[in-house]
Structure formats: structure tokens, C-alpha cells
Design a protein. Structure first.
Lengths: 116, 112
């Protein structure tokens, strides 16, 4: 069974440009999460989809970030326009519906974004 | 809200035992999880404690004391490959989908 896959693995863009990150969750997982880790800091929650609906987007930093999950399958996270402070590793994760307290959340390898 | 505290870094030698502590503050508690991350890659699930006490999985054990809002990850017979970042995490009680809140991570360096 394929795990959570993310694309691109690395991206270097200039300030002001646009980048779109894609995540394919584990097949059948209704819950999809986006997280971000900036160097040396915590893995910070961005948002959570249940199928195609945004369950919680309290962690989205500002309106330059737009996440979608059309059809409840893969998800995209667009940053437009990118700023220097957006640099970091963006992780996507998924879990099955009805996830209880201890159930595992599966992470992808991350998309490393560098804004210069 | 939820917050977690853990040491930023720990160093130990091969074969030794190391303990990574985690204290948490949360308005509701649904257990403490531990994740491992190698070289900035995918965080992977290590263990979970919902109740007080010790959970053992091979060389790794995790402990929880709910009355103290405290837990730790114990790594025994350390190997070089254990060098990684370790995160404790709690579930957000207001998010039905199991959203996790992570600590800042502990960078473990295992020396020969």
C-alpha cells in the first residue's frame, strides 16, 4: 500500500512567486492534514480536511495560503505570493475516519520550500 | 490551548540509555504520542500512552503520568541510527479528526 506522497520534494522560488504543493494521502483516508516545520521549531498544524471539507483551518498563517481538496482525494496547498518567512518543510499527513486518540497519523516525506 | 515542552537536544553514546521528557498543558487530554523524524523526513509514529504507566516496544518505551502532565520516551541500547528528532504530541480535544499538537522536538545525537 502506498504511503502519503508529496510533490515536489524540493522547491526554490523567488519572493513574490507562486508555489503549489500537492499531497496524495493514503487511499481511503478521509482525514488529511497539512503541517509545517520551520528549521528547529515545532511541527505546526496548518489545516485539516475531512474528505473535501475543511474541518479546521485555524493554523493557516494568512490569506496568502490556500488549500483545496477537490473530490476528497488529493490536496493542494498554494502559497501566493511567497514571502521569505514561508520557507520550511510542508508535511502532509492522513488518517482514517473515526481516528481515536491513539490512532496513527501517517506523514509524507514533506515538500521543502525555500523562498529567496 | 495546548502546549508541550521538551528539551531541545540530548546527546548520548552508543549502548547507553536516554530519556526524553515531555510536559504538557492541555484543556482536555486524549493521550500522549511520540514520533521520530530522521534528517527532516517523514515523522513516523513510535508509541502512544492513554493511561498511566509504561508501554514497551522493543528498545523503546514510553511512560505517562496524567496527574503530573508528564511523559517520557526511553531509548535503550542506543544505536547510531537512533540519532533523530523526537516529538511528543497530544491530540487537540476540539478536533474530531485526531489533529495532533506537537512539541518543538528533541534532537538526539548518538556518539560512538
Amino acid at each position: 500500500e502506498a504511503g502519503v506522497t508529496q510533490f515536489p520534494s524540493h522547491s526554490v522560488i523567488e519572493k513574490g512567486q507562486t508555489v503549489t504543493l500537492r499531497c496524495d494521502p493514503i487511499s481511503g483516508h478521509d482525514n488529511l492534514y497539512w503541517y509545517r516545520r520551520v528549521m528547529g521549531k515545532e511541527i505546526k498544524f496548518l489545516l485539516h480536511f475531512v474528505k473535501e471539507s475543511k474541518q479546521d483551518e485555524s493554523g493557516m498563517p494568512n490569506n496568502r495560503f490556500l488549500a483545496e481538496r477537490t473530490g476528497g482525494t488529493y490536496s493542494t496547498l498554494k502559497v501566493q505570493p511567497a514571502e521569505l518567512e514561508d520557507s520550511g518543510v510542508y508535511f502532509c499527513a492522513s488518517s482514517s475516519q473515526g481516528t481515536q486518540s491513539g490512532n496513527t497519523i501517517y506523514f509524507g516525506e514533506g515538500s521543502w520550500l525555500t523562498v529567496v | 490551548g495546548q502546549s508541550l515542552e521538551q528539551p531541545s537536544e540530548v546527546t548520548a553514546v552508543e549502548g547507553a540509555i536516554v530519556q526524553i521528557n515531555c510536559t504538557y498543558q492541555t484543556s482536555g487530554f486524549y493521550g500522549l504520542s511520540w514520533y521520530q523524524q530522521h534528517d527532516g523526513g517523514a515523522p513516523t509514529f513510535l508509541s502512544y500512552n492513554a493511561l498511566d504507566g509504561l508501554e514497551e516496544t522493543g528498545r523503546f518505551s514510553s511512560f505517562l503520568s496524567r496527574s503530573d502532565s508528564y511523559g517520557y520516551l526511553l531509548l535503550q541500547e542506543l544505536q547510531m541510527k537512533d540519532s533523530a528528532s523526537y516529538f511528543c504530541a497530544v491530540r487537540d480535544p476540539y478536533n474530531q479528526g485526531g489533529k495532533l499538537i506537537f512539541g518543538q522536538g528533541t534532537e538526539l545525537s548518538v556518539k560512538p
